[in-house]
Design a binder for this molecule. Structure first.
Ligand code: FE2
Length: 256
């Protein structure tokens, strides 16, 4: 909120997500542009209209801004995020076949870049260590932990390599990232394991990144025992609606 691509897009996104009747909606951060109260009110109202359970991790924009609230950014960087959103949503989710963990990679000490620490690795090991072998493991982080396309040429979070490798060792099947404003699904190999990456595009804001100028998109993901299917839904301005644009199917690798 705070950089909307138009009045129709938030409504269209909500309609599309609710029509999907998802088991879970994961939001990988940057809910707001500047962490102003009125930005957060809009975000909170929008999230309240999502029918499915929500799992949310904050992005760099969700912390108090250096520009407007430098002291708050240092002392209570997530204060408004927690009050308005964080305390009302989950960071973990389970069903008999899928387990999802969200990690908070935002840090007040850099403008954009995220930070991962050994505490993230410990939390991930604790969380996924309790899963039985067939359960699909999903990790959601705002800042990407792996390079997905050299052409994008963007910095990874500090400490990303260690967390990504630990994710592979924990048997993670699917990595959900945001931050780069680029919609992409691919498979990577790391630590002897194949993991699927769903990089969330710009869902409703006008902060586009080359080569996806003017593209607003989100992913619908289906996880089965054998596959992970990532479907990209793009906003069609002529119809003021999100429409299925592409679909990729990845075979799941056994774990344990
Ligand atoms: Fe971000």
């Amino acid at each position: 909120m705070g950089r909307s691509a138009g009045p129709a897009i938030g409504r269209a996104l909500l309609k599309s997500i609710n029509a999907a009747r998802a088991d879970l909606v994961v939001v990988t951060g940057d809910l707001v542009q500047r962490a102003h109260r009125f930005h957060y009110r809009r975000a909170k109202d929008w999230l309240a209209r999502v029918h499915a359970p929500l799992l949310v991790v904050p992005g760099n924009h969700d912390l108090y801004s250096w520009m407007y609230r430098p002291w708050m950014r240092i002392t209570v960087p997530r204060g408004r995020y927690r009050r308005m959103v964080g305390s009302h949503v989950a960071t973990t989710w389970h069903d008999p076949g899928v387990s999802v963990l969200g990690l908070d990679s935002a840090t007040p000490w850099t403008i954009q870049r995220g930070r991962c620490t050994p505490a993230h690795v410990r939390r991930m090991r604790r969380h996924f260590g309790g899963c039985s072998a067939g359960v699909a493991r999903v990790l959601a982080v705002h800042h990407p932990l792996v390079e997905v396309n050299p052409a994008f040429g963007r910095d990874l979070a500090k400490g990303a390599e260690e967390v990504a490798l630990a994710a592979a060792h924990c048997g993670v099947d699917l990595l959900l990232f945001g931050h780069w404003h680029l919609s992409l699904a691919c498979a990577i190999r790391l630590g002897g394991r194949q993991m699927v990456v769903s990089l969330a595009g710009t869902a409703s804001s006008d902060r586009y990144r080359s080569p996806q100028e003017g593209v607003n998109a989100y992913h619908q993901i289906e996880v089965t025992r054998s596959d992970i299917v990532v479907e990209e839904w793009r906003f069609c301005r002529a119809d003021a609606a999100f429409k299925a644009a592409s679909r990729r199917t990845f075979a799941r690798q056994r774990y344990g």
